[in-house]
Ligand binder design. Structure first.
Ligand SMILES: NC(=O)c1ccc[n+]([C@@H]2O[C@H](COP(=O)([O-])OP(=O)(O)OC[C@H]3O[C@@H](n4cnc5c(N)ncnc54)[C@H](O)[C@@H]3O)[C@@H](O)[C@H]2O)c1
Length: 387
């Protein structure tokens, strides 16, 4: 029986995916695995019993990834589970940047008690006229879970879509509409697109990737949308570009002092993934990842250990070793099984940066003596007898 603890409220539809092998624990200290949303884990004492943390969401800056790795605690997140929620808001963002929807709603809200509001509205409405998105060009920078959905939805709305992602995954490429123009140089997007939306992760390499020089290359009156992270954009340069009409609008999901209240900025309070469906999807995905890891040792969507998936164990035993990525580790582990006369029916080893995992399916269950020997190898973080 595995004990799980929720550090934040987690959608019931997700918790219902735990099977009879799992029981809720009131306390974090007793838990074998943990579900978390935004709770800060940096100052928590991580016990030896803790095996996994699943973040129901994408960002993991509230979790001490390296400290977890050194203790052999696998940290999962739920990439793509909130992609549809973000996509829908991006489409809304294009619409409210194109027409005076927000200003129009705000004007109507000031007219309470005006008996002539209907007539006045007819006069006022020309102030909120805009343009349509059909037939316009959209550039999507970053074709991952969100970018692909945005690009495909825009094609369905009749837009001409340019896509740029030098590191696109095979899976994402399979899901991308064939109508999307594959762009090799991002400058092609800047030069041609009426709308530009950015969906890349925040990394050293992507920080402020939309800067003064990039804006200079954009079409006059382009509309820039940012539902990824505010640090990806030099927002001071954006505010200046809006002032001189170089950019028409900047739509951002990240409120901060640089953009709030600035002419041409339409800012939402990080609403991208704030939908019931996104929260449910994240919870379901997080629980499925934990169940597969706890019951089978499989690691899918971890942010600190590599992917490893050997399905459900059909052999007599399965051992998972989480360890440093260095020479001679697998030779040592396998020799301990061999010395005890235990045949390895299948094995797999994967690495990611400093961290690695080795999984062994065995014709006989591993003995305590073998497990203690593996635990004693320098560089081993944790050993799990899965079966
Ligand atoms: N507004 C919100 O509420 C919200 C919600 C979820 C995610 N996000 C943000 O959106 C971002 C994208 O999310 P996702 O789920 O699509 O992530 P993802 O990992 O599925 O996709 C990111 C894509 O960016 C590409 N990429 C990386 N560097 C690039 C570069 N220099 N140029 C072009 N492409 C590059 C990658 O190859 C990948 O395909 C996340 O990193 C997160 O910051 C925001």
């Amino acid at each position: 029986m595995f004990k799980y603890n929720c550090l934040n409220p987690i959608a019931k539809v997700g918790l219902d995916k735990f099977n009879k092998n799992f029981v809720a624990s009131e306390t974090f200290e007793n838990a074998d695995c943990v579900l978390v949303r935004s709770a800060k884990m940096h100052d928590l004492e991580l016990g030896d019993n803790l095996m996994a943390v699943a973040r129901a969401g994408a960002g993991v800056n509230n979790i001490p990834l390296d400290k977890c790795a050194e203790k052999g605690i696998v940290v999962f997140n739920t990439p793509g589970a909130n992609a549809n929620g973000v996509k829908e808001l991006v489409i809304a963002g294009m619409l409210y940047a194109s027409r005076g929807i927000v200003d129009g709603i705000n004007w109507v809200a000031t007219q309470e008690g005006n008996e002539n509001v209907g007539k006045d509205a007819e006069k006022q409405k020309k102030a909120y006229a805009g343009t349509e998105i059909e037939g316009k060009k959209l550039g999507v920078i970053g074709l991952g879970a969100i970018g692909v959905k945005v690009a495909n939805a825009a094609v369905n709305l009749g837009m001409e879509v340019y896509g740029y992602d030098p590191y696109i995954s095979v899976d994402a490429a399979w899901h991308l509409s064939r109508a999307i123009k594959h762009v090799i140089n991002v400058e092609e997007i800047y030069a041609n697109c009426d709308y530009i939306t950015i969906h890349v992760p925040l990394l050293d390499a992507t920080k402020k990737m939309i800067n003064k020089e990039a804006i200079k290359l954009m079409k006059d009156s382009a509309i820039l949308l940012n539902f990824a992270r505010d640090e990806l954009v030099d927002e001071e340069a954006v505010v200046s570009a809006l002032k001189v009409g170089k950019l028409r609008k900047y739509v951002s999901d990240f409120a901060n002092p640089t953009t709030v209240g600035q002419e041409g900025c339409i800012v939402t309070p990080h609403l991208g993934a704030s939908t019931e469906e996104s929260e449910d999807n994240c919870a379901v995905m997080a629980v499925r990842e934990l169940v597969d890891y706890m019951e089978n040792g499989n690691i899918i969507n971890s942010v600190n250990f590599p992917k490893i998936d050997m399905g459900v164990c059909a052999s007599a035993g399965r051992v998972l070793v989480l360890h440093e990525n260095k020479a001679n580790m697998i030779t040592k582990f396998s020799s301990y099984f061999g010395d005890a006369g235990i045949n390895i029916s299948e094995m797999n080893n994967k690495s990611r940066g400093n961290n690695a995992v080795s999984m062994f399916d065995l014709d006989d269950p591993a003995t305590d003596e073998i497990i203690e020997k593996i635990k004693a190898v320098p560089g081993v973080f944790k050993v799990r007898v899965v079966k």
